[in-house]
Ligand binder design. Structure first.
Ligand code: NAP
Ligand code: MG
Length: 419
């Protein structure tokens, strides 16, 4: 395990004494998970410019950069997830999920699994993703007036599937053997030639906590919640999701929803997609794991930019893990390595930090830490609405005189507003 009290990294020159005296105190450490490429560069800038000057930052640091995951045989990812469970709040930088090209690029011992997949499997949570709305960046969908939050089940299905490349003619079967020896057997397909085969699973306990996480989040944020699957085609698998949601809703949430003036409704995934596009926004759209992965990128992009999408994983035991929804922005990183200053948008990564700090503040009763998170978010939004933004936003902004600046200049402009 790698530990560092990040606050200790601040230079304590006499001139800075005044600021250090006034720094906001923390009582419990945040679990800090560093990452890869361009987002790792932004991570450091955000800490140095926007956090360390103002907060006596307490973190337990885990380096989830690909090199360290390889060096620790990915143990660091498991340790970070367990620490997040222990302390209750974590903040994570985007990380590379290795593929064959990355194995070569980083001379990896193994094609390590997705760190997010590992963390989600340990925490068994639900991921909520919501766009950050700013004036001057208009959604592609004209009717959208309010954010649409995607709730993504973070366990199982295709992410935990086993697959076979079928070499040739033969029979594929699905077999379940109970602990008492009872057997259930279904023919999947009689192959006449080569093909592919996949076995997926999910567990009722995880679907139940997904349902409760969604209903609780709806009550917390006073928003309606929609849930959709393909239960007409998948009469056992998807239908189980539909049934579990309905049973839990009827037994535990119906009255609470009525009292809060919000609604739950279930529909088919294709109907949901059509309704979402015609809607005004302002609701939560609960999706199975794969649907949530794909639809959150669609919703984020249609709201303006992938870099304006926040993401929080909530687990049934009350653990929260905050991150940006986008990846490590590899293309920008290669430019950065050549010495170019890039205009990579740090907003979702800043909001990952503010989300985590605010939650830490709420849990520990630190009102000034919560207030700092609000102030930092406001400074970010004011900076963009004042016309200073990164290239991805400048390209689509409707503000007159919107100016595209580098990541560093943007972060400095936010700091100036904060100070
Ligand atoms: P990506 O990092 O999300 O970037 C895709 C493209 O979206 C970028 O090339 C850029 O477009 C734009 N973009 C994304 N974030 C941006 C930002 N903050 N500011 C400005 N533009 C932004 O996805 P990727 O390139 O497919 O994946 C790169 C690596 O990230 C992969 O190794 C993948 O495994 C990993 N990944 C990690 C996570 C995670 O940890 N949560 C999630 C997804 C992917 P332009 O190039 O056109 O400017
Ligand atoms: Mg995705």
């Amino acid at each position: 395990m790698l530990c560092a009290a990040a606050g200790d990294l601040v230079p304590r020159a006499p001139a800075e004494m005044e600021i250090i005296m006034d720094k906001i105190k923390m009582t419990t450490p945040l679990v800090e998970m560093d990452g890869d490429e361009m987002t790792r560069v932004l991570w450091k800038m955000i800490k140095e410019e926007l956090l360390l000057p103002f907060i006596d930052l307490k973190t337990e640091y885990y380096d989830l950069g690909l090199k360290n995951r390889d060096a620790t045989d990915d143990q660091v990812t498991v340790d970070a997830a367990n620490a997040t469970r222990k302390y209750g709040v974590g903040v994570k930088c985007a990380t590379i999920t290795p593929n064959a090209a990355r194995v070569e690029e980083y001379h990896l011992k193994n094609m390590w699994k997705s760190p997010n997949g590992t963390i989600r499997a340990i925490l068994d949570g639900t991921v909520f993703r919501a766009p950050i709305i700013v004036n001057g960046v208009e959604p592609t969908v004209r009717t959208w007036k309010k954010p649409i939050t995607i709730a993504r089940h973070a366990y199982g299905d295709v992410y935990k599937a086993v697959e076979i490349k079928v070499p040739g003619a033969g029979k594929a079967e699905l077999v379940y053997t109970g602990e008492d020896g009872t057997e259930i057997r279904e023919t999947v397909f009689d192959f006449k030639g080569p093909g592919v085969l996949q076995g997926q699973h999910n567990v009722n306990a995880s679907i139940e906590s997904f349902a409760r996480a969604c209903f609780n989040f709806a009550l917390d944020t006073k928003q309606d919640i929609w849930f959709a699957t393909k239960d007409t085609i998948s009469k056992k698998y998807d239908h189980t999701f539909k049934d579990i949601f309905q049973e839990i809703y009827d037994a535990e949430y119906n009255e609470k929803f009525e009292a809060a003036g919000i609604t739950y409704f279930y529909t088919l995934i294709d109907d949901a997609v059509a309704r979402v596009i015609r809607s005004e926004g302002g609701f939560i759209w609960a999706c199975k794991n794969y649907d949530g992965d794909v639809m959150s990128d669609m919703v984020a992009t249609a709201f303006g930019s992938l870099a304006m999408m926040t993401s929080v994983l909530t687990a049934p035991d009350g653990t929260y893990e905050y991150e940006a929804a986008h990846g490590t922005v590899q293309r920008h990183y290669y430019k950065y390595l050549k010495g170019e200053e890039t205009s990579t948008n740090p907003v979702a990564t800043i909001f990952a930090w503010t989300g985590a700090l605010r939650k830490r503040g709420e849990l520990d009763g630190l009102a000034d830490l919560c207030a700092f998170a609000d102030k930092l978010e406001k400074a970010v939004i004011d900076t963009i609405e004042g016309g200073v933004m990164t290239g991805d936003l400048a390209a689509i902004s409707t503000l007159e005189g919107a100016k595209s600046v580098t990541s560093r200049a943007f972060i400095e402009a936010v700091r100036a507003k904060l100070a």
